[in-house]
Design a protein around this ligand. Structure first.
Ligand SMILES: [Zn+2]
Length: 142
């Protein structure tokens, strides 16, 4: 497993407190979504981050926040196994989903984590800023 992928899983597990088994950098099965998270039939967590997202770090952290807050209410599903972009979602449905209170809550938490990562990452060695930010998040505590 590549270093970044391993780090993403460690950070997602640490921040969300959920059993994250995979963070896939690919378009989610829902077409044109910047990110998604899933509860598998085995009650494990999977996160998708669209590499085309405006801010992949922020998208990743937003999905971690959903796992943290919304996990108990999430239904186990096999939909995460569908091909990237293969599930079409109506614009109207997308608007309704984006207007749910859980979105603001996840965004606020993602913002807190992102600010921490940006401020704390200078303490870590390496040339890859994204990996330094992930390493700093491994030490995030509330
Ligand atoms: Zn969301």
């Amino acid at each position: 497993m590549a270093t970044t992928e391993k780090l993403l899983i460690e950070v997602a597990t640490h921040l969300s407190g959920r059993p994250v088994i995979s963070v896939r950098v690919q378009e989610p099965p829902w077409n044109n979504m910047s990110g998604a998270c899933w509860k598998t039939m085995g009650f494990k967590a999977v996160i998708d981050v669209n590499p085309g997202a405006n801010n992949p770090l922020r998208t990743f952290l937003h999905e971690c926040a959903h796992l943290k807050f919304d996990w108990p209410a999430m239904d186990p599903t096999d939909l995460w196994k569908a091909e990237p972009g293969s599930l079409k979602i109506l614009d109207e449905t997308r608007k309704q989903l984006n207007a749910l209170p859980r979105e603001n809550k996840a965004d606020a938490q993602a913002g807190t984590w992102a600010r921490y990562a940006i401020e704390a990452c200078w303490r870590y060695q390496g040339d890859n800023v994204f990996e330094k930010q992930l390493n700093s998040l491994l030490n995030y505590s509330e």
